[in-house]
Design a protein around this ligand. Structure first.
Ligand code: ZN
Ligand code: ZN
Length: 629
């Protein structure tokens, strides 16, 4: 019997069901019986246990309250302090979206307010956080999804049909196998991409760019013989960094129209970074291969997952994302294949150590047979100083610069490190200086304020219990390009954070030009400086820098300012954190595939993991494949 038939047979006779549908891996019931809508919880819970599918009960449109009236009722139920920004309806889904600055107050104690809204209006409330800092991206993504609700409903229904009702040929059932092809990011950092294939499914994990390369070298091997776009069932994105995400829109440009699985913050940050990627490529006369339309198409096909939620993504693959501790929304990808046939953990980039923003990577997986792990800092000498030492050092540099009347310039990558440094600056009570920010990092920070639930327990406690959101500290000021000169000319010491992080271009270079000749100022690097960049030259001790002026002529810039590097603030695991992660994993993998590292680091980590854990280790090259079962 089909799942839907089985489900219907288990419902009470008076449930008044008008429609039963799949929506991605969920089952949705529409009911005409208000009492069933209000009180179906325990009945549904027992069916979920039986059929192992998540179920959502929604009202049939014939019974919901009139929209205007429902809005009034909601406004009267929800306390003013919740700061509702918007209430709008999605009749196609029987939902009312309530966007509030304090969503916790819309839910109420033990869900009481939520239930009252539901019981009175018969609309199913969907509660969203209004970011503490207004974000153009979050707004645009939500608007797009809202305006495409009809398309999305059909898309999710069809997806659910495909996952749950695809019939298997006898050959497929008898002959189970699992293989993986390495399309990019093996023995290198950049263009991460893997293709997982089983007798029934084709799933891609990540599809990124190698920013240091050009042409086809910058892309994963999408022309590998085993990769066929028309056979692709699903794409899973681990996190938004471009070396994992930049070519996701390209898949949609080239005709893919299946689901993109990711966390909500990953989806939003991907939009921000891919939009910027297109702009940067255009400025430098580089081909991107896709347009902003394809980024929208990716969003339209996104299926957002919470950490820990188990989802069927094909008839034989179950996906679970867990926190990776690396970046807002970053995830470890766990794939359960068949009925216990094989379990894969793809770590992508992860941090098994404390940072202000995130808790260490999740480790309690019940089963892992094959693990694919990163090795960015996989060599034996890749150790970081203690966190406290790093921060003490950072603040002593900032303090002495401020005391001598100078300005501190911190070039930062917009997403990740910038917010970590912001939290450090916001929390230091002794610091007596304002912090100015220019460039995309402000937009990235705004997205962070939409998703505090994706941050560390410590951060959540600060924000929710003590009302101390470090990102909206009074110390922080956004600088528009036209205010830049005034900031530079101001005699008041301060801290300036600006993109790009490697001084490749953008406002950070403009500040550098103005601040370099003054001995009182300091340039502080907090992230990796790629070979050949202006940042890496300065780090190596260059003090006369050739710079192209506005008239196209080259002039030299004298570096009189102090130069410092703070290492160890990375969102990646250090060598010892990588090893410690393996010690702490609740299930020991039989095979460890090492990727996302320079060739030497992949090899060194693989060798040592083999010695320490007696498991098989592999360091494949791009384009190689491995049969896992
Ligand atoms: Zn990353
Ligand atoms: Zn990466």
């Amino acid at each position: 019997m089909s799942i839907l038939k089985e489900l219907e047979s288990r419902l009470p006779a008076d449930a008044g069901i008008s429609e039963v549908k799949f929506e991605a891996s969920e089952v949705v019931l529409y009911t005409k019986n208000p009492d069933f809508f209000r009180n179906s919880e325990s009945c549904v819970r027992s069916i979920v246990r039986e059929i192992k599918k998540r179920i959502e009960v929604r009202s049939d449109l014939s019974i919901v309250m009139d929209q205007e009236k429902a809005k009034e009722v909601i406004e009267s139920i929800v306390p003013k302090e919740a700061e509702i920004d918007a209430i709008y309806f999605e009749p196609e889904l029987g939902k009312v979206v309530i966007e509030a600055k304090k969503p916790g107050l819309v839910i109420g104690r033990a869900g009481a307010t939520y239930r009252e809204i539901k019981d009175q209006t018969l609309w199913l409330p969907k509660i969203e956080r209004a970011p503490a800092i207004e974000s153009k991206i979050v707004r645009a993504v939500r608007n797009l999804l809202h305006s495409e609700i009809d398309y999305r409903k059909k898309f999710l229904n069809k997806l659910g049909q495909d996952i749950n009702t695809r019939t298997l040929t006898p050959e497929q059932t008898a002959n189970e196998w699992v293989r993986m092809s390495f399309l990019g990011g093996f023995r290198q950092v950049g263009r991460s991409s893997l293709l997982l294939q089983t007798a029934q499914s084709n799933v891609m994990l990540d599809c990124g760019v190698d920013v240091g390369a050009s042409g086809s070298e910058a892309m994963p091997y999408l022309d590998a013989p085993e990769f066929k776009m028309e056979k692709l069932d699903a794409v899973c994105l681990s996190h938004a960094h471009l070396d994992h995400s930049a070519f996701i829109p390209l898949l949609y440009e080239r005709g893919y129209d299946g689901p993109l699985y990711a966390t909500a913050p990953t989806r939003d940050l991907m939009v921000l970074l891919c939009m910027d990627y297109i702009d940067v490529c255009q400025k430098n006369g580089k081909e991107v291969g896709y347009t902003k339309k394809s980024i929208e198409k990716a969003v339209k096909h996104s299926v957002v997952l919470d950490y820990g939620e188990v989802n069927d993504i094909t008839p034989d693959i179950r996906l679970t994302l867990q926190p990776a501790g690396h970046l807002l929304g970053s995830a470890l990808t766990h794939l359960h294949i068949g009925e216990g046939l094989h379990n894969i953990l793809y770590t992508a980039d992860f941090k098994f150590g404390p940072t202000h923003l995130f808790d260490p990577a999740y480790k309690d997986f019940p089963r892992i047979e094959t693990m694919i792990m990163e090795s960015t800092y996989g060599a034996q000498q890749d150790l970081f100083p203690k966190r406290q030492e790093i921060e003490d050092n950072f603040f002593s540099i900032v303090k002495r610069t401020i005391e001598r009347g100078g300005k501190v310039l911190i070039p930062v990558f917009a997403v990740g490190r910038a917010q970590e440094v912001m939290v450090m600056l916001a929390q230091n009570k002794e610091l007596n200086a304002d912090v100015y920010m220019e460039g995309m990092l402000w937009d990235a920070t705004a997205i962070h304020t939409a998703y505090p639930e994706h941050m560390s327990q410590h951060m959540q406690r600060k924000i929710f219990h003590y009302g101390e959101n470090p990102f909206i500290s009074e110390r922080f000021h956004r600088v528009h390009p036209k205010e830049r000169d005034a900031l530079i000319d101001s005699p008041t010491p301060c801290v300036i954070m600006a993109t790009s992080g490697m001084l490749i271009g953008g406002p950070s270079v403009e500040y550098l030009k103005a601040l370099a000749p003054d001995k009182r100022n300091t340039l502080v690097f907090v992230g990796y400086q790629g070979e050949g960049t202006l940042g890496s030259r300065i780090q190596k001790g260059w003090r006369e820098l050739p710079l192209r002026g506005e008239n196209g002529k080259t002039r030299s810039l004298n570096m009189e300012m102090e130069v410092q590097t703070i290492s160890g603030l990375s969102g990646h695991s250090s060598r010892s954190q990588l090893i410690s992660y393996l010690y702490n994993l609740s299930s020991k993998p039989e095979t460890v595939i090492v990727n996302h590292g320079e060739p030497r680091k992949c090899a060194e980590l693989a060798r040592d993991v083999h010695k320490l854990f007696h498991c098989e280790t592999v360091t494949p090259k791009n384009l190689e494949s491995l049969r896992l079962r």
